[in-house]
Design a protein around this ligand. Structure first.
Ligand code: PLP
Length: 444
């Protein structure tokens, strides 16, 4: 889009917006303490919950885009594909029939049947409808699980880098997140470190493999060990498998169930999955849990008293996706694998930034500590100078890193990384075109 404003006025407006944003952040930080003491009408617990880092940066990017600024968004957590045809037809069928009412709290039987088939195919396990609860996105599934198993002061072990919502959900259930960091320079954890973090209060460990934000997938040996440990100790192992088919380089994802000889009723494994990422159906908001019946019953009670049930239209869409052409997931994986190749090769050009090659997902988490120890400051700097959105690693428990998404276009991945390099690396050329504007680096 051609910018209608004269260049100087436009530049000035951009500066004003960025300054206003920075000022508002500072004021909020400054007064947070005061407000938290004064505003007793808000629950103490609710005030502990952090805002979403991604949404804050999205809003800044949106404001700049409104001004016609050529912002590149490398913070996106969703693929660009169109919804699968099976999903569109499924949901349209419900709408055309005007058949849009409450459903059973735990999901419509035909979708549960599709989930049973899915679980048999990808997990090699036959579960019953009573082991399944369908929810409004995997996010609600996770919340239902955590709320159902965590008592006040119970501990839940999170492996850093972890998905941003895990600690907040644990806190919402009055539990305590206990963070285990990986072996230095890797995104893998040692079983000794995990075992050392377990106490008599430990209720669960959350494992997300492949992982958002690092893209790392744990090796089968580790999965075997952690499953065995949790089954023996009686600790729940919540396996967030939301990216399990977006795996690259011929690597094979393995389900936790493969490593237990316990049946579903007696196993401590709880599986989370959904259609958001694999089918690129983020807006359809359907996820599910596979768990022992007793736990499922509790979750159904919670869901019945919060959202009643997921929308029937969206459940029909999820059923359409699960029972339709599975080539859509393979196509998505191939597109993303190609984007991954491109972004990894582009990142090599930035001096002193190490990128762990992701095994899966559509994220990577490069280490920018050679340039800054403060990932929030770095992300803000890159947005201001290079108009590139990234997500600060500190929100994933990994300071000094930035999460980059390659779920968008190859063009954005190439140009986004080129701009980051220009903004940070003294060896990069001093001039760059951002949109139709020639920019000169004058800060180093
Ligand atoms: C690791 C992980 N788990 C769960 C979710 C939630 O998925 P949904 O969109 O189905 O709620 C996300 C979404 O970003 C995620 O990255």
């Amino acid at each position: 889009m051609k910018n209608p404003l004269p260049h100087e006025i436009h530049k000035y407006l951009v500066k004003v917006i960025l300054f206003a944003n920075a000022l508002s952040d500072k004021i909020q930080k400054h007064f947070k303490m005061k407000w938290s003491l004064q505003d007793m009408s808000l629950s103490h617990q609710a005030r502990q919950i952090k805002p979403s880092a991604t949404l804050t940066l999205n809003e800044k990017a949106r404001q700049l885009r409104v001004l016609g600024e050529p912002v590149i968004h490398l913070g996106i957590g969703e693929p660009k594909n169109k919804a699968p045809i099976g999903a569109i037809l499924g949901s349209a069928g419900k709408l055309n029939a005007g058949d849009v009412k409450y459903t059973p709290t735990d999901g419509i039987p035909s979708l549960k049947k599709a989930i049973i088939r899915y679980t048999e195919e990808y997990y090699g396990r036959l579960v019953s409808p009573e082991n399944i609860i369908v929810s409004t996105g995997a996010k609600q599934s996770l919340f239902n699980v955590i709320y159902s198993i965590v008592d006040p002061q119970d501990e839940v072990i999170l492996l850093a880098p972890y998905w941003v919502s895990y600690p907040e959900m644990v806190k919402m259930a009055y539990g305590i997140p206990v963070i285990v960091t990986p072996e230095d320079g890797t995104f893998y954890h040692r079983m000794e470190d995990i075992k050392r973090s377990v106490s008599s209060y430990t209720k669960a460990i959350i494992l997300n493999s492949p992982n958002n934000p690092s893209g790392a997938m744990y090796p089968p040996d580790f999965i075997g060990e952690i499953v065995d440990f949790c089954e023996t100790k009686g600790i729940y192992l919540i396996m967030d498998d939301i990216y399990h088919r977006l795996v690259f380089s011929g690597k094979k994802w393995e389900p936790g169930y493969k490593y237990t000889n316990k049946d579903t009723e007696n196993s401590k494994i709880i599986v989370i999955n959904g259609v958001s990422k694999l089918y690129g159906m983020t807006g359809f908001r359907i996820g599910w849990v596979i768990a022992p019946r007793k736990l499922t019953e509790i979750m159904v009670n919670i869901q019945a008293n919060t959202t009643s049930c997921p929308s029937v239209v969206l459940q029909a869409a999820a059923e359409g996706a699960l029972t339709g052409q599975q080539g859509v997931v393979d196509n998505l994986r191939m597109t993303i694998e190609n984007n991954r190749k491109v972004i990894l090769s582009e990142m090599k050009a930035i001096n002193d930034v190490y990128v762990f090659p992701p095994d899966g997902t559509f994220y990577c988490l490069p280490d920018f500590r050679a340039y800054s120890q403060d990932s929030v400051e770095l992300a803000e700097f890159l947005l201001e100078k290079a108009l590139v959105v990234t997500v600060p690693g500190v929100d994933f428990g990994m300071e000094g890193h930035l999460r980059l998404s390659y779920a968008g276009s190859v063009k954005d991945a190439i140009e986004g990384v080129e701009r980051i390099r220009w903004a940070l690396d003294p060896e990069a050329p001093n001039e760059i075109f951002i949109g139709d504007r020639k920019c000169i680096r004058d800060w180093m």
